[in-house]
Design a protein around this ligand. Structure first.
Ligand code: F6P
Length: 511
């Protein structure tokens, strides 16, 4: 049943009205067990949800909403391999990429065996490359999910990476990016990974062609050694001239593809054992999502909180603040995950919605954000739920830094909630501003895998309650088609049929 037709939705609307005077400080005073009851341990991640605008009744009503919208049945359908991506008639099985070998029977046994055959081949290749001292630079050419996931993870796991190899990520069709990277490279010591699920994306194909030209112009001739393709479209890669290919399947969405061959840069950086740990961490979170009761299921609790904020308290964005510099690309990664998945205005049957879906996701690592936009978070007119992330144990031994970092993240969550009432005017902080606090003991391949799978599943939960298809992305198509048309007009100068603004911009750029 569509969420807005359920009894729980109506109850939540009433509950939200009663919630208008809700105050976090009063909630903590009234309930000595609040921190405890709104905390949750999941594999490798501890979450403190208690500084959110929720109470026990909110959570009960949200769980009723999940039940009435069939969340569990939808989740189980995904894990059975049903074609829940209805607009593309595809299964959604990124979770199968982290499923242990031989652990499934029935229809999924064969795809799982294929997953492990490809994984083994890819990890053997990664190990050979790690042992190959002649290759010093790995250039990943890809965009969207074929860039953000591997880039985020290679940066996040820098401390586990083999020294002696540099990683570069080229995504933009803007030639400044590729030209800047090529400047520092030597053909004989470079490996190009052409990462594209479809092997048709214009940015990636343009960069790949230029990289190949550069390679040949530098005297390079062993394309099989210096280029590899990571794609579901093996035929297109072969046509391009690449014979070293690692495949994956149409049931892996681009923004969910880090666990597939798209993860090859990560495997080269951290090795086969490290990559297996990443998969194992994600698998532990898959199991938690599949088996924990709704009330103690972290992805469920986070996803339902997202619905509560978006549709009932009308908070339209979420800010991500990882207090760990290695997680600096995590906000960008999560932006695609949430906004490309849940930025939809029709339900699974194509019917227009009359309620909001994806929030705007944004953020920067702490403490940098504190000195940039936290002013607005503390004293601005909009309430922005925050998601803090911190790591207990550092991997460096510089004195004082980590204590200061952790003191700051705790203090920010505290300051947002407590505010400052004893001063008026400009110095007044209203407080009562909500935040979630995610804590990892250490940032390792395993805990990163769990953290990312947690985020994937929370996006599933809100998308499922909203009744949308979180696994297509038709919204990116129109711009691609129009760019093709404008590109042709830039050559011909033909402005016929264009609106006046577009025609004038075209003339100006061609002049
Ligand atoms: O344009 C959006 C998109 O299709 C994303 O979903 C995807 O991650 C990205 O482009 C790259 O696509 P591909 O891996 O097929 O090159």
């Amino acid at each position: 049943m569509r969420c807005d037709q359920t009894a729980a939705w109506k109850h939540l609307q009433h509950h939200a009205q009663a919630f208008q005077g809700f105050d976090l400080r009063a909630a903590f005073t009234a309930d000595a067990g609040r921190a405890e009851s709104l905390s949750q341990t999941a594999p490798y991640v501890f979450a403190d949800l208690s500084k959110n605008h929720v109470d026990a009744a909110t959570e009960v009503l949200l769980q009723a909403l999940a039940q009435q919208t069939g969340l569990e049945a939808h989740r189980d359908a995904m894990f059975r391999g049903e074609h829940i991506n209805v607009s593309e008639d595809r299964a959604v099985m990124h979770w199968l990429l982290r499923q242990p070998a031989g652990s499934l029977n029935g229809d999924l046994a064969a795809p799982l065996a294929q997953v492990h055959d490809t994984l083994n081949a890819m990890l053997a290749y990664a190990e050979a490359l790690r042992a190959d001292a002649q290759i010093t630079d790995v250039v990943n050419i890809g965009i969207g999910g074929s860039d953000l996931g591997p880039q985020m993870a290679v940066l996040a796991l820098h401390d586990y990476a083999l020294p002696g190899k540099r990683f570069h990520f080229v995504s933009n069709v803007d030639g400044h990016e590729l030209a800047g990277v090529l400047k520092g490279l030597n053909a004989e010591s470079t490996l190009f990974l052409i990462a594209s699920k479809t092997f048709t994306t214009i940015e990636t194909m343009t960069n790949a062609h230029s990289a190949l030209q550069w390679f040949k112009a530098q005297g390079g001739n062993d394309v099989a050694r210096h280029f590899a393709a990571l794609t579901t479209n093996v035929a297109a890669a072969a046509e391009f001239g690449i014979s070293t290919t690692f495949g994956f399947w149409d049931w892996v969405g681009g923004r969910y593809s880090l666990w597939s061959a798209i993860g090859l840069p990560v495997a080269i950086a951290i090795g086969a054992a490290g990559f297996k740990d990443l998969l194992a961490g994600a698998h532990a979170m898959d199991q938690h999502f599949q088996t924990a009761p709704l009330g103690q299921n972290l992805p469920v609790r986070l996803g339902l909180l997202d619905v509560w904020y978006r549709n009932f308290l009308h908070y339209t964005s979420r800010s991500i603040a990882p207090y760990h510099s290695a997680l600096r690309r995590l906000p960008a990664y999560l932006q695609q995950l949430e906004m490309e998945s849940n930025g939809k205005r029709v339900d699974r049957n194509g019917q227009a919605l009359n309620y909001g879906t994806s929030p705007v996701l944004w953020g920067e690592p702490g403490t940098n954000g504190q000195h940039a936009y936290f002013q607005m978070l503390h004293q601005g007119t909009d309430i922005v739920p925050m998601e803090f992330m911190a790591v207990k144990t550092p991997t460096h031994n510089l004195k004082d830094h980590h204590e200061l970092l952790l003191a700051n993240v705790i203090a920010q969550a505290q300051a947002l909630m407590l505010g400052k009432q004893d001063a008026g005017g400009h110095r007044h902080f209203t407080g009562n501003r909500p935040s979630t606090f995610l804590l990892l003991d250490e940032l390792t391949p395993t805990s990163l895998g769990a953290l990312i799978a947690l985020q994937e599943h929370r996006v599933f939960v809100s998308g499922s309650v909203w009744g949308i298809n979180s696994f297509d992305q038709w919204g990116v198509e129109l711009g691609k088609v129009l760019a093709k048309d404008i590109h042709a007009r830039m050559v011909s100068g033909d402005a016929a049929g264009l609106d006046a603004s577009t025609a004038s911009l075209l003339r100006r750029i061609r002049a």
